[in-house]
Design a protein around this ligand. Structure first.
Ligand SMILES: [Fe+2]
Length: 339
């Protein structure tokens, strides 16, 4: 039987994103084999979807986790091996070190984010827009080069209505900016840093003592406007309170700090990027796989009842095509690669 990939887009309730239907193939292995036989089908669908794509019915990967790595390899040349990148062992799948485990249960014990304050919008809806919603980021933007693609599988999701993942469309958000803002930010660089460095907005704002950073922990510059290396589309590229350097940045060359000109611009751009018109809310079903392009989207996790529910999600990260701005760079973020 012929196997066909059909893209339905946009995603329900959103202005972007796509859902892949694989006709003639049943189950995760059949879908992966079909994708391997037609290796541009999924990457082209992802590009047409502005970087967020849902494939349901992939639950069989939970019994054969290497399949997730096999599928990930279709999206780029390098799938991160977390065992070689100094990830805490309890966060890494014991048999397949390319899988990062996001879970509130042992051995990971990662707590979900708190509910926003107030928990609902004035209209009674789930808050999505920054700064009411916190935690918007693009994966590992504190690394140069940053990663391209993430894959996220619902092995054991929580019931719908909680534990969602929110996505925002950086291409549409960029296109909707006023011309004056586009030209103002065209050449600006954000300063990104891991939250563990202690330079989050809240830490700097409260005057928390700062520590000396090792070279591989230092903030890295990333353009506020990225040109997608596959589609040529421009996109906003930034994070908000937790993954920017609020001490020296967040924007290079502008007055630093939480109350500086750079901070004001960053807050304005982050609120614009996460405007509900650019956001998709994914409610998880077991076996859902969501693929996102970190070069042109933001995402955020939401609260779930971790006292009573167990949630297990698997993530892989794909590298290799950050665009010409990163040409020739070696990974700056590995301590054992210095000198
Ligand atoms: Fe993330």
């Amino acid at each position: 039987m012929d196997i066909g990939f059909r893209l339905e887009h946009p995603l329900t309730g959103a202005s972007f994103g796509g859902r892949i239907h694989v006709e003639g193939a049943a189950g995760a292995l059949a879908v992966i084999e079909a994708a391997e036989a037609n290796p541009t089908a999924l990457t082209q669908a992802l590009a047409r979807s502005h970087g967020v794509m849902v494939i349901s019915g992939m639950g069989a990967i939970a019994e054969n986790p290497a399949l997730l790595v096999r599928l990930s390899r279709l999206f780029g040349p390098e799938v991160e091996n977390y065992r070689t990148t100094h990830m805490a062992a309890n966060m890494v799948h014991p048999e397949v070190p390319e899988i990062f485990v996001v879970s509130n249960i042992p051995p990971v014990f990662r707590a979900p984010p708190p509910k926003p304050t107030p928990p609902l919008t004035p209209e009674g809806k789930l808050p999505v827009q920054f700064p009411h919603r916190r935690g918007w980021h693009t994966d590992q933007s504190y690394r140069r080069p940053p990663p391209d693609i993430s894959l996220f599988l619902a092995v054991q999701p929580v019931p719908q209505g909680q534990g969602q993942t929110l996505f925002a469309d950086g291409i549409a958000a960029y296109e909707a900016l006023p011309a004056a803002t586009k030209s103002r930010i065209e050449t600006l660089q954000g300063l990104h840093i891991a939250s563990a460095a202690g330079r989050k907005y809240d830490a700097v704002k409260s005057g928390a003592p700062q520590r000396e950073l090792a070279p591989h922990e230092r903030p890295v510059r990333q353009p506020l406007v990225r040109t997608h290396p596959v589609t040529g589309q421009k996109s906003l590229y930034l994070c908000e309170y937790g993954q920017m350097d609020w001490l020296e940045g967040p924007i290079e060359g502008l007055e630093p700090g939480p109350d500086g000109e750079g901070g004001r611009l960053l807050v304005e751009l982050a609120a614009h990027y996460t405007d509900p018109r650019f956001v998709y809310v994914h409610e998880w079903t077991q076996g859902d796989l969501v693929v996102w392009d970190n070069r042109c989207t933001l995402h955020a996790a939401t609260w779930f009842d971790a006292e009573h529910l167990a949630r297990v999600m698997w993530r892989t990260t794909v590298w290799g095509n950050p665009g010409p701005a990163y040409a020739g760079e070696v990974k700056s973020w590995l301590p054992d690669m210095e000198g």
